[in-house]
Design a protein around this ligand. Structure first.
Ligand code: GLN
Length: 284
């Protein structure tokens, strides 16, 4: 084994032995990281026939080892793609997931296109929902609300990376005073923590590396929906709407919370796997 193609093969075999899923993708991403070359670029394929630099080999083998120990691929790579944009990620911030693109798709379908919008994204984390919306909507103002200092660090970086105009409000969405600092919005989105106590006891190894504060939504997983609807319902214009990401099987409960607080035309939309993933409701 003298070239990177050989090293890649060896790394792939190691990941397979450890039971990692998607071994080819993982190995390519990690070799790309070690080489400092995006593995989806042509340069990467060209590099595969090059002679191995021992420094790169060491780095690659170290990354593969950490991956077999459960560290998420996205944290090891340090950035991840969401809705065609790149986000810096690492320990302390929730990894952008493909499921969450359903929230963006749903909002883009429902949001008015004929005027400038005021949009807030609660529990914004990396800022992935907010910045994806910003690229496709005409936003007068876009605000991301986040509590965790670690997540805020990634968020600030991502704002620069994506040349975003989003504003950041540090605050706890379970407190009314946070809502009082927001303007009245056309759309409020949130992917709040929604895992139940049971879910937290059965987390996939990779997910245990992600911040608990971004995952745990109380015993039944619904705490944040209750707080958000109560605290922020007055921060939506008449005719404006909430769009929430939800966990599998939560649609009835989250829709009920919205209906109880007077929201209309409450609907759930499915993700690419056919699971209800986004709930929306309009302010009267
Ligand atoms: N979708 C995440 C998971 O299943 C949970 C994120 C959240 O609670 N918002 O791991």
């Amino acid at each position: 084994m003298t070239d990177y193609a050989g090293l890649l093969k060896q790394g792939t075999a190691g990941l397979e032995k450890a039971g990692v899923e998607d071994i080819e993708l993982n190995a390519r991403e990690l070799l790309g990281k070690a080489l400092g070359i995006n593995c989806r670029s042509r340069d990467f394929d060209a590099a595969l026939s090059r002679q191995i630099d021992p420094q790169v080999q060491m780095e690659f083998e170290n990354l593969c080892k950490r991956r077999t120990e459960g560290e998420p691929l996205q944290y090891l790579v340090g950035e991840w793609e969401f809705y065609g944009l790149t986000f810096k990620v690492g320990e302390g911030v929730l990894i952008p997931r493909q499921d969450t693109e359903t929230v963006v798709d749903t909002v883009l379908k429902k949001a008015p296109k004929d005027r400038k919008l005021t949009v807030a994204d609660l529990c914004t984390g990396s800022g992935c929902i907010a910045m994806a919306l910003e690229k496709h909507l005409d936003c007068r103002q876009l605000i991301g609300v986040e509590l965790s200092d670690k997540a805020l660090g990634f968020l600030q970086h991502n704002i620069k990376l994506n040349d975003s105009k989003m504003q950041v409000l540090k605050g706890d969405v379970t407190l009314k005073q946070t809502a009082q600092q927001l303007p009245v919005c056309d759309v409020i989105t949130a992917n709040p923590p929604y895992l139940t106590r049971r879910d937290m006891e059965n987390l996939q190894k990779e997910v245990t590396f992600e911040p608990r504060s971004a995952l745990y939504g109380g015993d039944d997983g619904l705490d944040f929906y209750r707080h958000i609807v109560i605290n922020f319902k007055d921060r939506i214009k008449p005719g404006g709407f909430f769009a929430f990401e939800i966990g599998a099987g939560m649609e009835e409960d989250v829709m009920t919370i919205l209906v109880r607080h007077g929201f209309e035309n409450v609907r759930a939309s499915r993700d690419a796997c056919g699971i209800f993933r986004c709930v929306t409701g309009y302010k009267k």
